[in-house]
Design a protein around this ligand. Structure first.
Ligand code: CP
Length: 305
């Protein structure tokens, strides 16, 4: 089966087809008519890290498609105490119809996908978060009615969420600005690939260390957390380094009047985003979070049906 490790492995047409399928599955689900495309199938969901949205939306998504999602914390599996990825991939392929995994290491997920004969879906690694990006594009499409030619500003940490977002936005032909503090830039190779894709599709991409430059006249403002729970020592340094990058009323005053605010969540109010913005009229964060469910049902149906 086909894996989803990064959207770079997918063509523009495949990404657009996934968004279209997500739109249809969302409509059918709201009408109580989600088709049982994965009847009798089981998705194993392996987590090395915490999750609310990814865990619940994949489990509910499998149920809505007539299948079953099985949560497994990596620490409870033998892989958590040293069983090889090779053996784990081969063994799980005998029980399951697909694996969704949230892992610290993208290379480990790639290795798992190589050894598993069933589809492997990336539920967040250190480098990519493709399912999040599909939900993000679905949300922009729903709110604006289209995506090509829209401006999107990602402001903050050049992380896994940023990487997948710029790739997905590039396929849509959006005009992308990425503003990070010095030292927190997105991966240069991924940026160059996304820039090439954007230009091929009538969009553009520029990177900056100035949030104001990125946000001017934009249709979409996107950010992610600066500090994670459990990183208290690093948090003080990061808060200092990200000073000036908060999405607040002064900054978004430079965006279009009808700009959309997006955040993959979880959020730290008054750190990366002011409460007035994230809880304000331009914020679509809960629609975006709900859309994880429908975007992922499209992925599941496409790789597992
Ligand atoms: N956005 C996201 O992936 O949320 P969780 O970490 O709660 O899964």
């Amino acid at each position: 089966g086909k894996d989803l490790l990064t959207l770079l492995d997918y063509s523009k047409e495949e990404v657009k087809d996934l968004i279209q399928l997500a739109v249809e599955l969302k409509k059918l689900t709201k009408e109580g008519k989600c088709p049982p495309l994965l009847e009798g199938k089981t998705l194993g969901m392996i987590f090395e890290k915490h999750s609310t949205r990814t865990r619940i939306s994949f489990e509910v998504g499998m149920k809505q498609l007539g299948g079953n999602g099985m949560f497994m914390h990596a620490r409870d599996l033998q892989i958590g105490r040293g069983e090889s990825v090779y053996d784990t991939g081969n063994v799980l392929s005998g029980y399951l119809d697909g694996i969704m995994i949230r892992a610290n290491s993208h290379d480990m997920v790639k290795e798992l996908a190589e050894h598993a004969s069933i589809p492997v879906i990336n539920g967040l690694t250190d480098i990519f978060h493709p399912c999040q990006a599909l939900a993000d594009i679905l949300t922009i499409h729903e709110v604006k009615g289209y995506t090509a030619g829209l401006k999107i500003a990602y402001i903050g940490d050049g992380n896994n969420v940023a990487h997948s977002l710029v790739i997905a936005a590039a396929y849509m032909g959006m005009h992308i600005a990425v503003a990070t503090p010095v030292g927190y830039e997105a991966d240069e190779e991924i940026i160059q690939k996304a820039k090439t894709i954007a230009l091929e599709n009538g969009g553009s991409l520029f990177v900056s260390n100035d949030p104001l430059e990125a946000v001017v006249n934009t249709d979409v403002v996107y950010t992610d957390v600066w500090t994670s729970m459990g990183q208290e020592e690093e948090a003080a340094k990061r808060l200092a380094d990200f000073k000036g990058f908060q999405i607040n009323d002064d900054l978004v005053a430079n965006a279009k009047n009808d700009y959309m605010f997006l955040h993959c969540l979880p959020a730290h109010r008054e750190e990366e985003v002011a409460t007035s913005v994230i809880d304000g009229p331009n914020s679509y964060i809960f629609q975006q979070a709900e859309n994880r469910l429908h975007a992922q049902k499209a992925v599941l149906a496409s790789v597992m049906a």
